[in-house]
Each structure stands twice: as C-alpha cells, then as structure tokens.
Design a binder for this molecule. Sequence first.
Ligand SMILES: Cc1cc2nc3c(=O)[nH]c(=O)nc-3n(C[C@H](O)[C@H](O)[C@H](O)COP(=O)(O)OP(=O)(O)OC[C@H]3O[C@@H](n4cnc5c(N)ncnc54)[C@H](O)[C@@H]3O)c2cc1C
Length: 346
Amino acid sequence: MKIAIIGAGVSAAAACKALTAQGASVTVFEKARGPGGRISSKRALAGSFDFGAQYFTARSEAFLAQVQQWQAQGLVQRWDFVPYQYQQGRLSPSPDDEIRYIGTSTMHQMLSGEFEGATLYTGCKINELSYICSNVSSQSSGQWQLCSEQGECFGGFDALLLTCPPEQAFQLLEGAPLSLQIPKRALLPCWAVLLELANPTHQQAQGIFVQDGNTRWIAQQSAKPGRQSARLQQETVQAPAPEQWLVHLSEDCSARELETMPEQISALAAAELSRVLGTQVQVAAALCHRWLYASYNSDIPPCGVLFDKKMQLALCGDWTLGGRVENAWLSGVEAASKLLGRAHNT
Ligand SMILES: Cc1cc2nc3c(=O)[nH]c(=O)nc-3n(C[C@H](O)[C@H](O)[C@H](O)COP(=O)(O)OP(=O)(O)OC[C@H]3O[C@@H](n4cnc5c(N)ncnc54)[C@H](O)[C@@H]3O)c2cc1C
C-alpha cells in the first residue's frame, strides 16, 4: 500500500510510524525545512527556542508509553518547575501535579526518528490534489496525485492522509465530500515573542499562566533545561548569561494584532512582561513569530479523525481530538489504523 502524508508534525510522525511498521510505503511532504510543525524549536539569538508548544503532558496510557520510550532514548526529559499564575495584579505560585515533558534540546527532536521508514520531502508545499478513478462507475479504486508549489507532481498513492491545520486541509480538498466535515476556526492564532533582557530580573518563576490582559503564557526560556547554547553556557562561567523570556500573547490579542508590525508586537510583549513581573524590563533583543493556527478553540467540539473509506482519505491533527501534542499523536495513530482498515481500539 502506497500512502502519502501531507505535513510532518506530531500527528504525521505517529501515523508514519504506525503505517511503516505495518509495511506500508509512506511518502511525507512537509512545506517547512524540517519535521516538527507546531512543536518546532527555532535557532535564534544564539540558542534554541521553543516558539510553539512549550511542553507536553501524557494523560493516556498509549501516549505515556511512547513518551517513556523517547525518555529511554534520551530524546525527551521532564521539565519540573513550579507553575505560577498571574491574576488580578498578583503573581503567585500555583503548584499542581502535572508532569510536563520537553524535547531534550529541541522540542521536535523526538520526531525525526519516526519518519525514518518513510521518504520525506521537506521544503515541499503541496498545493494541488487530484483523485484519479481507474473505474469511472465507482470511486473505490482510485489513486491520489499530489502537486507541489514548485510544480513537481507525485502520483500513484492508494491513500492520502492530511495532517495540516483545518483551514489548509479545507483549501486543499476543494469540495471533496469529507471537506464538509472540517470545522471552521478550530485553531486560533498566537503571537510568540522572545525577549532577551539587558538586565536580569532574578525572577524565580519559570512558567507563568497569565489569566488576564493580552497574554496567556510567559516562560523563562533561559531557565528551561537544555536550551542554552554553548556560547551562553561559557558566558555563565564569566558573567551571567542574559535572561531570555518567551511571551505568548492571548488568542484575542493575537487575532486583533494579526497584521501589526513585529516591532510593535515586541513592544507590546515587553510591556506585558513588565506588567506580570512587576518590574520595568529593558529589552536588548527581540524576535517574533506569528502562528496563524496555534492552539485549539475550546468552543468547538472535536470532530474526531475524519475518514472517507471509498477515497482512502483521512484527516487527523490535534484539532480533530481537542488540541495539544498528546491528541495530535493519538489522532495520527487512529488515522493510520483507519487507513490500514482496522477498528481503532485505543
Ligand atoms: C504557540 C503554541 C503553543 C502551544 N503550546 C502547547 C503546549 O504547551 N502543550 C501542548 O500539548 N500543545 C501545545 N501547542 C499545540 C501543539 O503544538 C500541537 O497540538 C501539535 O504540535 C499539533 O501537531 P499536528 O501534527 O496536529 O499539526 P502541526 O504541527 O501543525 O503539523 C502540520 C504540518 O503540516 C505542514 N503543512 C501544512 N500545509 C502543508 C502543505 N500544503 N504542504 C506540506 N506541508 C504542509 C505544516 O508545515 C506542519 O509541519 C501549542 C501550539 C502553539 C502554536
């Protein structure tokens, strides 16, 4: 069975692993330079920064088993910190029992191995799909063809799995029956801003859930395990390395400021950081990343993994099961199981 997967994020990695383990021939197409999607860490300001997912949790047995396997391989570690919350002008510790995991040095490093059994095309944005029926009277024995933005076409696939955000999947499927089941606005935008400070704040809090204003999450990236570059580690010996903070603006604020220039977004994030830490921060350098489709809109009920048996077409991704890395993984496992023609048991 020849299967094409669009996207190389968490859900695609799970599906790819399950499909290749069953002997399927899998080809993965990813528009970015490497696998990771929304858990990608980026090289910036002489370090590796987690602009997207900050950590992940494992609440199901199936995903916990996977995480433990990654831990044993040294690809994943725990991030043990006392969460803080900021509410009504007060920053205070808010301990919980959650176990939080991160990639050992980058968030996405545990995914690379999961694509090993497949052919992976990176920097390859698919912008056209066609389903070619070999028998005009039935749609049951067709094949999928995919064409990239660069004009390259790839054909002969018995099945197709889309793992991209819902709006992008909807555009690619252009009126296919399954596209009608794709929810609108299931993923909301987020501006992520990295701020390197000129002066240390000596703040204890590493991760802060912000309950009001324009921000929803603040993390001290430089305190996160495994995130300091060799240069910064050297500096710590001679002089303290600069503090680096990551600010995620709230969904409402990000939607409102979607077209705002990065300089203004950095200034807004710096003002938010000052407000939450209760001290005026001096920013030495800043970097912004705009996620058009970031995290799950909890007003929308999850639609479940979508599958059209006749066309051998499946859609998965965190948004099909309610958001988060864990659900992205589980949705990929479920989609693979549907494509392999098995009842899903987990
Ligand atoms: C700012 C932010 C903070 C988050 N925080 C957390 C958190 O703390 N904890 C948590 O559990 N989760 C968090 N998440 C959510 C988590 O990152 C996602 O649930 C998970 O990474 C989704 O994986 P996925 O495979 O479903 O989708 P994606 O990671 O979006 O993968 C889809 C892939 O498809 C590719 N693609 C799209 N269109 C095409 C095309 N036409 N051709 C080729 N490739 C294409 C994309 O480049 C992408 O790599 C956060 C996300 C963001 C953005």
